[in-house]
Write a protein of this length. Structure first.
Length: 559
């Protein structure tokens, strides 16, 4: 047990500790992360990944990556590859333990035959609508299918013919024979196999035309792999009696323990794969890796460090209570990580030209600035200084009160890592828009303020002759409602989409050190926030930066 003493306790750790002390499972801890490959992973999956792989690591156990791939109509190889990339990027390694439930299709079929032979399963001819009608409701019991009492021989024959492809889709189901009057609707003769023709499975091709249901497949796949603790989210708590029924009825050697924890509900986002799919398919976002999405690939593209996501999952903890996690907690983890690790740079988002009238026209100075103000080991960068500069338009006012600590007409301000300048003249076009600021500089102010010299503020800048134009994407929260998919006052969660979730700036200018920015690298744009070189759009000399997170929490003030 490598880190058990340093990690905070929770109810899952207490269960594992008790199991180990009693000798249950022979002291083994073997978990798994079992995604369905029908979409990209999101932040909720990140919590499950960190939990399952983390428990295995902390208790010197094993964790499998297994794809529960029982629905080929919605699954494909793209999702498989994306999921593997996400798990690796988060920092976890399944080593040689990569599995698919489809690896066990033959064994699962054999188990189904065993259930029929034991009188615990039957082939039902009810169609989908009739099956729902016979199932009953939460307050009324179901009623037995008229096909429930078929003989074992007939059920074996029909099931064999289902596999042989003799019947059309929807014409027959293999169902477990449990209890149609059970108060738990999951126990009312659940489906085990359905017929699916004309689909190509991403692993088995066209070998099968019947496919096992998730509830049936999941527990048996756990058993086959020797899983000890089957950790899942709370919505599967009502499925646990069925999970145990299959394992007990088939008398398998390995009976994992299902343990449920609360899923991650992150404010101002959604963690429903179905609803994320809707956003993608309806073109409301720019694909699964859109930096506004709560997908792991979207967060990676936006510049979220994997270590910060792991810290976030650790910080919010593991409980059995439904909860709503504030976005500010995630943002704080991102900021803390990037504040320590991100290289600094100066970028002018909305440029206005500054001409230093008393600076030589043909002169360029190569000033030295730290890559990180507290970490000298990160080194320095060269920042060219010349007669013509850009500053941000928001950093200048013709008139301002004492609270405005930036450049004001006839007043001074310090340029970061450079000189003190004074604004002497404001040049405007025929519409009254400011086009240039004519300033003068004090050559004696490089490096430090002379004694007695008072300058209120410091602003960033970029040399006009050496800066590089870049596109900057100001990403914000995708939704303007903290619980967009649980608002009972509206029918469609998309009405809560934030129209200002993306603002694109095409005239921004970055300092020269960013000309060769590597895709995926995150920088602190001084005084502006943290920005990531876009992993999909930075190519052929084009620079595109995505805002990862602001320097401080502005949403708290809005709220």
């Amino acid at each position: 047990m490598s880190e058990e003493t340093t990690k905070p306790s929770n109810f899952i750790r207490n269960i594992i500790k008790a199991d180990n002390e009693s000798g249950k499972h022979g002291g083994r801890v073997h978990t798994r992360f079992p995604p369905e490959p029908n979409g990209y992973l999101h932040i909720g999956h990140a919590k499950s990944i960190c939990l399952n792989f983390g428990l295995a690591n902390d208790y010197d156990g094993l964790c499998n990556l297994r794809f529960d791939d029982t629905n080929p109509q919605k699954e494909n190889e793209e999702f498989v590859n994306a999921i593997k990339e996400d798990v690796r990027w988060l920092g976890f390694d399944w080593q040689e333990r990569l599995f698919f439930s489809s690896n066990y299709f033959e064994q699962l079929y054999t188990y189904a035959v065993q259930l029929i032979e034991q009188g615990n399963a039957y082939v039902c001819d009810l169609n989908a609508e009739q099956t729902r009608e016979y199932r009953g409701t939460l307050t009324e019991p179901g009623k037995n299918s008229p096909y429930r009492d078929r003989s074992i021989a007939e059920n074996l024959d029909l099931f064999s013919r289902m596999r042989a492809g003799e019947f059309v889709d929807g014409s027959k189901l293999l169902r477990a024979k449990i209890d149609m009057a059970s108060p738990n609707v999951n126990m009312r003769d659940p489906a085990l196999y359905r017929i699916r023709h004309d689909v190509v499975h991403h692993q088995t091709g066209t070998e099968w035309c019947i496919y096992p249901m998730y509830d049936y497949t999941h527990c048996l796949s756990d058993s086959i792999e020797g899983i000890t603790h089957s950790v899942c989210t709370l919505e599967f708590a009502d499925h646990r009696p069925l999970y145990d029924w299959f394992l007990d009825t088939l008398k398998v050697e390995c009976h994992p323990q299902q343990i449920e924890f609360s899923r991650l509900n992150l404010q101002y986002s959604i963690t429903s794969k179905r609803k994320l799919t809707k956003l993608v398919e309806e073109g409301l976002v720019e694909g699964w890796s859109d930096p506004r999405m709560s997908t792991i690939s979207g967060m990676r593209r936006r510049g979220y460090p994997a270590a910060a996501i792991r810290e976030f999952c650790e910080r919010i903890g593991v409980t059995k209570s439904d909860n709503s996690v504030e976005m500010e907690i995630l943002d704080a983890c991102i900021r803390e990580n990037l504040n320590e690790n991100a290289t600094r740079a100066m970028v002018v988002l909305d440029p206005v030209k500054v001409i230093i009238t008393n600076y030589p026209e043909d002169k360029t100075e190569e000033l030295i600035a730290p890559k990180h103000p507290q970490n000298e080991s990160m080194g320095t960068r060269v920042v060219p200084f010349s007669r013509e500069l850009y500053i941000d338009r928001a950093d200048f006012k013709e008139e301002a009160n004492n609270k405005f600590k930036r450049l004001v007409k006839d007043k001074e301000v310090r340029l970061r890592n450079a000189y003190v300048i004074r604004c002497d003249e404001v040049i405007k076009d025929e519409k009254g828009e400011i086009t240039e600021l004519h300033c003068s500089y004090d050559p004696a102010t490089l490096g430090a303020n002379p004694e007695g010299r008072k300058v209120k503020g410091v602003i960033h800048w970029v040399s006009a002759a050496h800066g590089v134009k870049a596109e900057v994407r100001l990403y914000d929260r995708l939704f303007n409602h903290p619980h967009p998919d649980s608002d009972k006052e509206v029918d469609d969660f998309t009405v809560h989409l934030n129209s200002d979730s993306l603002v694109t700036l095409t005239e921004s200018v970055v300092e020269r050190s960013l000309v060769d920015a590597q895709a995926g690298t995150v920088y602190q744009f001084e005084r502006e926030g943290y920005f990531c070189a876009d992993s999909e759009l930075c190519r052929d000399g084009k620079l595109v930066f995505n805002r990862t997170v602001t320097l401080r929490d502005t949403w708290a003030k809005i709220a």
